[in-house]
Structures are given as C-alpha cells and as structure tokens.
Design a protein. Structure first.
Length: 279
C-alpha cells in the first residue's frame, strides 16, 4: 500500500480525535451529548475523527460539512455486561460487517490487539480477526489500523508503556497485518525512536496512561513527533480539556508545523483530567 490517504497531508502527519468511546463506555462524563462534543472538536479542524460506524451514520451531515476524514472502529472491548460499568471483565468481539464499514468510505478501520489476557481463547480470536480483516481490506486502499495495547491482567499497569513490551507488541501488530499502528508512547524520545524506526508502517500514538494535564498530553505528542511518529489518535484528553477546540488547534500546530508546547501553550490551559486520559 502506498502512503495512506489519512497521511496524505502537506506534512505527511495527521491529528485524529478519538470519539468511539460510546461503544465501550456508554455515555462517559464529558461526552454525554455526542453531537455537542463532535461539533466542539470539529471547530478545531482536525484531520480526522475515529468513530463507530453508526456514529458516522447518524452524524454524517456534520462530518461532511466539516470535510473531515473518518476512521471506523470495527470491534468492541468492554469490561462489564452492565452498561458503562467496569467490573473487571475482559469482553471483546468483532462488531461490524466489513462490507458495511467499507460503504461508509473511511480512511482507515481500527481494531485493538490486546496483550496480557488471561483467556487464551479470546486472545486467539483477537489475533485471528486482525489477520482476517487485514486480508479483507487488502487492495481496497483502506488501511487497517491496529492498536496493540497491554490491558490484560498479566501485564501490570506500570508496564503498559514499557519499551520492550511496546516494541514486541508493535512488531506483532504489523506482522499480523497492520498498515498503521496506534501505539502507546513509551515516555521518551530515546526509547520510542528505535521502535518507530524499526516499524515498516506508520506509527501514531494513543493517549496512554493519564498524564493528568492537557500540557502533559501535548508534551507526550511533541516527544513522539520528535521520535518519528506520524501523528496521534487521542480522545479523552482532548474532549475533556477545558477548551477542546483550542486543544485540537494546538495539536495541529505541533503535528503539522513542528511547533513546541511552549509555542502553543498560550492558547491551551493545563486542565486536570477527571477520569484519566487514555485514548
């Protein structure tokens, strides 16, 4: 595959705001009104949004008016059979027909690859789905975005961004068929740069463990870009910030223009994240 349409920008990078949380979390704090949150984010003029296919269908008019690209989430991972609750369960499944996803004309289809699971059968199904979807999308010009994460009980929280774990997870992700990797940032340019250099596909970063502030998130993005990342796919740390529009604009400056956090900070305030800032 040539350079994905998502990254067909003057800088070759992209800012993607993740808005697919309703699939797993229901109506999380700060995202109770999906249309309002979407419109606030779109005012910042991101390159794309990551959404569920039915979200894209319901808000097609707004997305088309904003001339924003869409990436679609194809699977669901959640932690309870109760709506929006976390009961410590590991529930994952493919959720949407590939033909339906293709009909919505996305610039990417995203799935997770969860490492550290106790249930080997669920992990096997996850790997199988990654490879199957890669084949179903091959030749369509729709890249498969794989998000390798260390969410399972067998990997302690402090190792979610461990460089060795991340390097192994990303290697497996593209070996299974990823065209783009949505990766945890390992916390430093020195540790992340060789991981990005060794990947034959573009690497974009996810929100990762909570930085606690909008500025902390911006600093992570600046470091990742210095290490060779091609942009980001981040959600809660953006739409829970005090001013999501300005946060998106700050990210656009860092990702596309090489601006530093100090240069964009006057328009963006450091706002504590109420419930953490992953994804």
């Amino acid at each position: 595959m040539n350079s994905p349409k998502l990254l067909d920008t003057p800088s070759g990078n992209a800012v993607v705001v993740a808005l697919d949380h309703g699939l797993s979390l229901g109506a999380p704090a700060g995202f109770e009104n999906p249309e309002e949150t979407l419109e606030t984010v779109l005012r910042g003029e991101p390159d794309a949004v990551l959404v569920g296919p039915h979200f894209a269908r319901h808000y097609a008019e707004q997305l088309q008016a904003a001339d924003v690209d869409i990436i679609l989430t194809a699977d669901v991972v959640t932690w309870s059979t109760s709506p929006g609750r976390d009961h410590g369960q590991d529930l994952w499944t493919p959720a949407f027909d590939t033909e339906f996803l293709k009909e919505l004309d996305p610039v990417g289809v995203k799935i997770v690859l969860v490492f550290g699971r106790d249930d080997a059968e669920t992990f096997r199904r996850n790997v199988e789905y990654v490879s199957e979807l890669a084949e179903e999308l091959r030749g369509t010009d729709i890249p498969l975005v794989v998000e390798p994460v260390m969410w399972g009980e067998r990997i302690p929280d402090q190792l979610e961004t461990d460089p060795e774990f991340v390097a192994d997870a990303l290697r497996m992700g593209w070996e299974f068929g990823a065209d783009i990797l949505k990766a945890p940032y390992t916390g430093s340019v020195e540790s992340f740069e060789p991981i990005v250099e060794n990947a034959p596909v573009p690497v974009m970063i996810l929100g990762g463990p909570a930085t606690g502030t909008t500025r902390g998130m911006l600093e992570s993005v600046e470091g990742a870009m210095d290490a060779g990342a091609r942009g980001l796919m981040i959600g809660r740390t953006i739409w829970k910030s005090e001013d999501p529009e300005q946060t998106v604009r700050a990210l656009m400056s860092i990702v596309h223009d090489g601006a530093s956090v100090d240069e964009v900070w006057e328009s963006t305030e450091s706002t504590p994240m109420p419930d953490g800032g992953e994804n």
